[in-house]
Structure formats: C-alpha cells, structure tokens
Ligand binder design. Sequence first.
Ligand code: ADP
Length: 258
Amino acid sequence: CATFYAYTDPENPNIFFFAGTTADITERKMEEQRRSDFIGMVSHELRTPLTAIKAYTNLLQRIAGKNNDKMLVSTMEKVDTQVKRMEAMINGFLEVARLGEGKIRLNITRSDLASLFKIAEEDSLVTINSHKVIFAPTETTPLDVDQDKIEQVLINFINNAVKYSPPGTTIEVSCITKNGMAQVYVKDQGMGIPIADQPFIFDRFFRVESDAMKDKKGFGIGLYICKEIIERHHGKIGVESTEGQGSVFWFSLPVSII
Ligand code: ADP
C-alpha cells in the first residue's frame, strides 16, 4: 500500500505538507496493463482457430443428427458447450483489450428501466434454477443508454450473485429513482467481500483470495467491464458488502428528460 505523511511547516503551522509514494500503485497498474496487452493479443490469435472449430462442430452435429447417431449427438453437444464457454472467455478478454484502447462505441437509444428488467428477468428464468431471483416492480423510467451493454451489466451482477452465494438462497433485483438518477441494486445472501478487498473489486483481473473462493473459477474481468460501461454512461457503480452475509452491487444512471 502507498504510504503518505502529513506534517506542518514549523515556521508556519497553517501550511500543511503531504509526502509519500504511489510507486507500488503505479507498478500494479503497469502490471495490469502488461497482462491486458498480452491477453488481448493471445485472444485475438485464438479467435481464428476457434471459428474453425465452431464450424466443424456444427457440421458434425448436423451429420450426427442426420445419421441419428445418439452418442455422437450427445458428445457434440458437450463439445459445443465447451466451445461456447471458450468463445465467451475470449470475447471477454477482447472486450477488456478494446476498452483499454478506448475502442468500444456505445449505441445509445431511448430505453427504459422496466424493459431492461423484463429482459433480465426472462434471461434468468431460462438460465438460473439454483436460486430464487426476485425482481421488484419498476416504473418505466426513461434512459438513453446502450441497452445491450446495460443489460450485460445487470446480467453480470445477477450471475455473480448466483456464483458467489449458496444454492437455494434469494437474489433481489430492485430500483429506486432519486435526484435524477435511477439506481439499480442486486442483493445476494452469499459469501460477501472482505472489507480490505472492496476498494479493488472493480479493478482488472482482481479476485478475492479466500478459502470460500477456492472452487470458484474466473478471471476477474466481469466487474471491470461493468465499471467501464457504467462510467461511459456517466453513471456510478459500487458495492456494499459484509463478509459471510452477502453483497449489494449497485449502479446508477442519469434518468433522461422526456
Ligand atoms: P470473476 O467472477 O470472473 O472472478 P468478476 O470481475 O465478476 O470476475 O468479479 C471479481 C471478484 O469479485 C470475484 O472474483 C469475487 O471475488 C468478487 N465478487 C464478485 N461478485 C461477488 C458477489 N456477488 N459476492 C461475493 N464476491 C463477489
């Protein structure tokens, strides 16, 4: 951690001095950048062979279906699932690299909170059966946003809530509008985040290191992407969490004037 000292001028006690070093923070940022550049480059190279693997997988799936070869059909389904996982990872890494280069463009259109909630609710009905996801009723608050990107943030919060809390627990998605900002909350009853780690939770590649995290896989890029997306919309993002009790991830966006 960086160290700072504050002291006063002995001749004039009204003058304060601050001295210290941010060298280790800079070093951490440089390391982050090196990692990001490398991963971006590798991911780009991996995309071409992956596209070929996807095409051959689809071909084999069609052949297996035509020949009514049940074993091949089920094997190819498994291959397909893994290929899609790998594709999602590579796309995530490429998105991080593009964000770092400032290359992501937003496609802003008029949307509203109720539609965003509805899409996320439909998605979680299809993809989540281990937890109870409850969406609070919401107003049709107008928002000028890149709808896909904000949806990505909301779904990422919900998926993390699922990943980091025990099966059978409840996840609540809600919203309030105040002072011209729409604030969205995703609350879980999971492992929570140690207080010392909370300031770094939205940093690139940051993951909590604890016993509870041992079997949780990930790369620590999801929340970084969320933060970039929200900040590009002039919004704010944050978390309130108690270790062992649960977390509330939130973001807020300016409400559009009709
Ligand atoms: P990943 O989940 O792939 O590690 P993220 O960027 O989404 O990456 O999250 C970063 C870290 O933040 C996670 O590794 C985990 O330690 C912590 N985290 C995120 N969401 C939650 C949550 N709902 N509850 C507890 N910890 C969380």
